[in-house]
Design a protein around this ligand. Sequence first.
Ligand SMILES: Cc1cc2nc3c(=O)[nH]c(=O)nc-3n(C[C@H](O)[C@H](O)[C@H](O)COP(=O)(O)OP(=O)(O)OC[C@H]3O[C@@H](n4cnc5c(N)ncnc54)[C@H](O)[C@@H]3O)c2cc1C
Length: 338
Amino acid sequence: MPNIAVIGAGVNGVASAIKILEHYVNDGKTPIKVTIISEDFTPNTTGDGSAGLWGPYLLGGTSQAKVYKWSKSMHQFLEKIWLSEDAGEAGVCLLPCIRLSTSTVDTVEDFWRDIVYGAVDLSKEQLAAYNKGRSVKFTSGLSFVTYTSEPIKLLPYLMKRFTRNGGVVVRKRITDLDAFVADSEYDVIVNCSGLGSKTLLNDDQMYAVRGQVSRVRANWIFSAVLDESDDGNYIIPNVVLGGTHQERDYNTKVCQNDRRMIVDGCQRYIPGLEHTECLFDWVGLRPGRTQLRLEAERRGRKLLIHNYGHGGSGVTLCWGCADDVLNILLAAKNGSKL
Ligand SMILES: Cc1cc2nc3c(=O)[nH]c(=O)nc-3n(C[C@H](O)[C@H](O)[C@H](O)COP(=O)(O)OP(=O)(O)OC[C@H]3O[C@@H](n4cnc5c(N)ncnc54)[C@H](O)[C@@H]3O)c2cc1C
């Protein structure tokens, strides 16, 4: 019986574990044991404070073709949940969005525009409305509809789905990955430890991308506005005001200067935010990498699959990356080259 360990209980660990488990359970031919081993679980993973908006972001030099494939798979997964009785429990919401760019060379990055629903460029008149009172003008904008799936709800839903199918959960910190791979009883190990991989693997291509956000009570906002400029703000129902993306900044404390930039910046888009109640401020460290690492290596009889470095898109990519984790595993079992 294949005995598989997935290290990490963030969106990528849980998605990978479910993909593998459900494949074998649905196949019904081979019994399987899948165990998630993690130091922390929801609500204490990186995704738990995020809005979980679908959209590729901060992925270093990761191939655009792969990002397209992985993010499309997640969009289709979210569509399936949205159309099922699980949508509320899994926290999947359909959301109108506006993305705005101040770039004078490019328009809004939109290689994914055929994945989302109803993407159209903003007209000159619409842009002018967003540009009122701004010194740096928006040069292009895109309107579309996509999903949010807040990990604070999505993760408990996925964990339930995992354990309902016989998945095992162990709380434990791995301090020596080489020893764990060599000495543990597992024959396949999937490493989804996010930023933890920096120390576990001594991976100097990994770095934190600090993100600070403010949660406010504003249940009268029903659409997202995202300014793509480097110092741009975003507003995502229910409601997350953002945000920062400070590379190689490991400070997990709330910074008052960042708070001002977030609150003042977002109020410029929606003045009514001035009177909203702040629920809490939150900081997370995105697992940044020069490019996302999804590949396998053989360690003697054992197979070690890496799936980490998802930057600002871990939620957007988790289901598609989990597809590839499963494909790698099945190919290895069939003796194909990795
Ligand atoms: C402010 C902010 C906003 C964001 N907004 C979005 C968004 O709207 N959409 C989107 O797609 N993405 C967003 N992201 C990015 C997203 O949250 C991350 O990319 C994603 O959560 C990474 O998931 P992961 O599973 O790879 O890693 P993590 O969630 O970091 O999980 C890693 C897991 O590994 C465990 N672990 C680590 N080291 C060890 C060890 N040595 N032994 C055992 N266990 C270990 C941890 O306990 C944890 O369970 C946002 C991030 C931030 C900070």
